[in-house]
Design a protein around this ligand. Structure first.
Ligand code: RUQ
Ligand code: CUA
Length: 867
């Protein structure tokens, strides 16, 4: 047996399912053979596989590219957890289909125009002391220069701001180390105003720049009135990074068109790609955002363009706040080291990465040691004097991430687009250490907190632009390919391919899951977009329909499993607003809401209130319903919007004569439901008794479930009163309906109550031995649970006390599991076969498994009083 198989079967498989080692490893070898897996594959699988119910150590936020959204997934499992609606409508979350989310999307209008797509590029997580604090996430839209703020308390977009002067934006969003500001560099040079300027005046009237957005870290809000833009030459600014520690207060942005080439392929001129890469060097822009922010407070230092403060180049230069350092040919990524002492710039069209020393740059600035000025008067620092070293990495170096041993070993990883590789090297010595092939053409790479002051190492994700032959053919448009790489060993190991079916995901950031603390529900009646109580908040019993002129307001509630109200009648031409509050408090009890044909949709997580406004512009009958499968009675969670034309006279239909139930039949039905309710109540009471006797209130998770159950139960007396009133009046039809409602509440109570009881059993039972735990797994996975329910007679006998039923019980049961056929003639077994009309089948259990199952039965017996 191969060594890895041996190791795996011992460590993982052997203990995991309680299968004997020999059978597990032969099973494993069989699977390997069938699927053509190597030992390496198995090891990779063991490193990424996350068992059902397991959690990931890291959470990744990846740009969703042209979808304008953000994708959330876990590492190392690479399981996608969510898409967050950001710049574009996202139907599941009702993002862009209810009033409040429409308002957030409308913040992204540019010059009055609603834009329904986005080219999201660079997500960034807010920082405190240069480390991720897990509070806010921001991302830029390159196509339509905008930045969005996402609240990590609920993973919902709260704000979109439009850049007032840029016409594209690529090098954002990057937080400064205490999230004081967000840097957003423009990409394509363009006039900062909104007027026409001929291309021939590119150098005179087109500009680039970096916008420095003021961020209210506490409230997660970009403050446009306190923000400003640093005017820069039209060099096509690209990626940026904020300095930290040693270089705190400074920003770094590179560029790729110091030639200021303007293209013109249709005029017979060489295209942009030729003209933009003529020079051997472009410029790294070095600027003091801290000083510039102070300067921008004085109106004398700024010009106002489109209502926004712009610090002109000459003001920045005069105040020693803007410098240039040459960098090799059309560079791309710029990444500041965790201590802020080095700035690594990747060549893109050059095989090198250049490591700049902040010390040296600072010295040159302090001593005014410049080699000249650019055409706009910005001082240029000598590249040789600023560089620490250069590393020859390969073709097309793009981006960098730091590893956990950055301090001692200068650990850094760089993506090579042309070579399709990730290179591990040392930025202190510029020595290459390892490289791994990826598939194919990697853009960014994502380390675990790999750009903070606290890189975690462990993994790198390669964000590959092409997948080519990696997945099943699904037509000419292929998914992108995110590949997980293990960087814990000396050699990097490729672990996993994840197809990304959502736009081109440019960049991703990863944070330890332990740093995120999202809530599971909203405070009752919250409008998530203001964080305040929604004006439409409605509690049970407060539901109403109010007409104000032509506007009809529905104050409604949703809770398992009804929408209140269920009938809404309006006039054609009315404006209708549905305010809906989800009264649930239970985790994950989300309801949805839509009205047939009206293109509105809302997602109502527990506690949330939403508003949906539309014009009732067509006559007819429109069912509305809950769109989340929230309970067994989800399909019944519905109502009708009836739109009538007030100018029409409707002839009423002739009423059909229907056969009616006789009074005796009605009485019989009434008695039946009353009896059912009494029986159900008994079950509930026994569960309640059990919960109380075992002090459920000591266990918060159980307590929450019990409260939820009692909530449902508490609604019964009111219904009972109505049922009895109708019964007294002799209206049995209505009495039966209310008794049925009581039954619904009872079922919901029992449902949650039994969940609570099962949880509580686990909490108060004697601890399970490892063998008993394995036994329980074997019991369930071996199919025993199909016929036997512990504590209950179902399609097979209850097994509580089974070891006491026979002399030498343990041996007897073991033999019976191993070889049931031999006991079919045993008189006791005979009687069981007759009673259940079933024979105990041979499930092919191994001796190990049987031993464990016996241990499990012992545990059941010890806790028999609980079942
Ligand atoms: S940039 S693939 Cu658009 Cu982030 Cu380098
Ligand atoms: Cu609520 Cu389905």
């Amino acid at each position: 047996m191969s060594s890895i198989v041996k190791k795996l079967s011992m460590v993982a498989i052997g203990t995991m399912v309680g299968v004997s080692m020999a059978s597990a490893s032969s099973e494993l070898e069989k699977v390997m053979k069938e699927r053509g897996l190597t030992q390496q594959d198995l090891l990779a699988a063991a490193k990424t596989y996350t068992p059902s119910g397991g959690r990931d150590k890291y959470i990744v936020f990846s740009s969703g590219g042209q979808s304008g959204q953000i994708m959330v997934y876990g590492v190392p499992s690479m399981r996608i957890l969510k898409y967050i609606g950001v710049f574009t409508p996202e139907p599941w979350q009702g993002w862009g289909y209810d009033d409040d989310t429409k308002k957030v999307l409308a913040q992204g209008k540019i010059r009055g125009k609603q834009i329904t797509w986005g080219d999201t590029h660079h997500p960034a997580i807010s920082e405190t002391d240069g480390k991720y604090d897990g509070k806010w996430l921001v991302i830029n839209d390159k196509a339509n220069p905008r930045i969005a703020v996402i609240d990590l308390a609920d993973f919902v977009t709260k704000q979109i701001v439009v850049n007032p002067v840029f016409k594209s934006d690529h090098g954002g969003a990057f937080f400064t180390p205490n999230s004081e500001y967000i840097l957003e560099a423009c990409q394509y040079g363009a006039p900062l105003d909104n007027n026409y300027h001929p291309m021939e005046e590119y150098k005179e009237t087109y500009r680039g720049g970096v916008t420095v957005w003021k961020f209210d870290h506490k409230h997660g809000k970009i403050l446009p009135e306190k923000s400003f833009t640093i005017e820069m030459p039209p060099y096509m600014q690209d990626l940026s990074d904020a300095g930290k520690e040693a270089s705190y207060g400074w920003g770094f942005t590179n560029s790729f068109n110091s030639e200021m080439y303007t293209g013109g392929i249709e005029k017979g001129l060489p295209p942009f790609e030729a003209g933009c890469s003529r020079n051997d060097t472009d410029y790294l822009h070095v600027y003091n955002w801290k000083k510039l922010a102070k300067l921008a407070e004085n109106p004398k230092n700024v010009k106002i363009i489109n209502g926004h403060k712009v610090v002109p180049i000459d003001v920045a230069v005069k105040n020693n706040a803007l410098f240039l350092v040459p960098e090799p040919k059309s560079p791309h990524g710029v990444d500041v080291s965790p201590d802020g002492k080095y700035i690594v710039v990747c060549g893109k069209l050059d095989t090198h990465a250049t490591v700049y020393s902040w010390d040296k740059i600072k010295k040159a600035i302090d001593h005014k040691d410049f080699v000249g000025k650019d055409p706009y008067g910005i001082p240029i620092i000598d590249m040789k004097k600023a560089a620490h070293c250069q590393a020859e990495l390969g073709l097309g170096p793009l981006h960098n991430q730091y590893g956990s041993k950055w301090k001692t070993d200068g650990e850094i990883y760089t993506s090579l687009y042309v070579d399709s590789q990730v290179v591990k090297w040392n930025y202190l010595t510029c020595k290459v250490e390892d490289r791994v092939n990826v598939n194919y053409n990697i853009g960014h790479l994502c380390g675990m907190e790999g750009k903070t002051e606290d890189p975690q190492g462990e993994y790198i994700i390669a964000l590959n632009k092409l997948a080519i032959d990696r997945f099943n053919n699904i037509g000419p448009l292929h998914p992108q390919n995110h590949q997980l790489i293990d960087i814990r060993g000396k050699k990097m190991q490729l672990l996993y391919d994840m197809p990304i079916p959502l736009g081109e995901p440019h960049q991703a950031v990863a944070i330890r899951a332990s740093k995120l603390h999202p809530h599971v529900r909203y405070k009752m009646g919250t409008n998530p977009f203001t964080g305040k109580i929604h004006k439409g908040k409605t509690l049970a019993g407060q539901e109403k329909i109010v007409r104000k002129g032509n506007h009809v307001y529905v104050y409604g509630t949703v809770v398992r499993s009804h929408i209140n109200p269920e009938h809404v009648t309006v006039n054609l031409g009315d404006t209708v607003t549905f305010y809906l509050t989800n009264l649930e408090r239970a985790e994950d009890e989300t309801h949805g809401f839509t009205v047939d044909q009206y293109n509105v949709h809302a997602s109502l997580e527990p506690g949330k209130t939403v508003a949906l406004t539309f014009k009732a512009d067509r006559e007819g009958v429109f069912p509305y319903y809950c769109t989340e499968f929230c309970s067994a009675l989800h399909l019944e969670m519905m109502g009708y919007l009836l739109v009538k034309d007030p100018s029409k006279k409707y002839v009423s239909a002739q009423k059909l004569k229907m056969a009616k139930m006789s009074p005796e039949q009605l009485k019989a039905e009434y008695d039946k439901i009353v009896a059912t309710n009494a029986a159900t109540d008994k079950v509930i009471q026994s569960v309640v008794k059990f919960l109380k006797e075992n002090h459920y209130e000591k266990y918060p998770v159980v307590k929450q479930l019990v409260e939820d159950a009692l909530d449902q139960y508490g609604k019964i007396p009111e219904q009972k009163k109505k049922a009895d009133e109708y019964f007294k009046k002799g209206d049995l039809e209505k009495a039966i309906l209310f008794e049925n409602m009581i039954w619904q509440y009872m079922v919901k109570t029992a449902d949650v109550g039994i969940r609570a009881r099962d949880l509580l059993i686990r909490k108060v039972a004697t601890p399970m031995s490892e063998a008993a735990k394995r036994g329980e797994v074997a019991f369930n996975e071996g199919g025993c649970g199909g016929c036997h329910v512990i504590g209950k007679v179902s399609s097979g006998p209850d097994l509580t006390g089974v070891l006491q039923r026979h002399e030498n019980g343990e041996k007897w049961v073991a033999e019976f599991i191993k070889n049931p056929e031999h006991k079919y003639n045993d008189p006791y077994i005979q009687s069981m076969i007759n009673y259940f009309n079933l024979r105990m089948p041979n499930q092919g259990m191994s001796d190990e498994e049987i031993k464990d199952i016996i241990e499990y039965f012992k545990w059941v017996d010890e806790n028999a009083n609980l079942f």
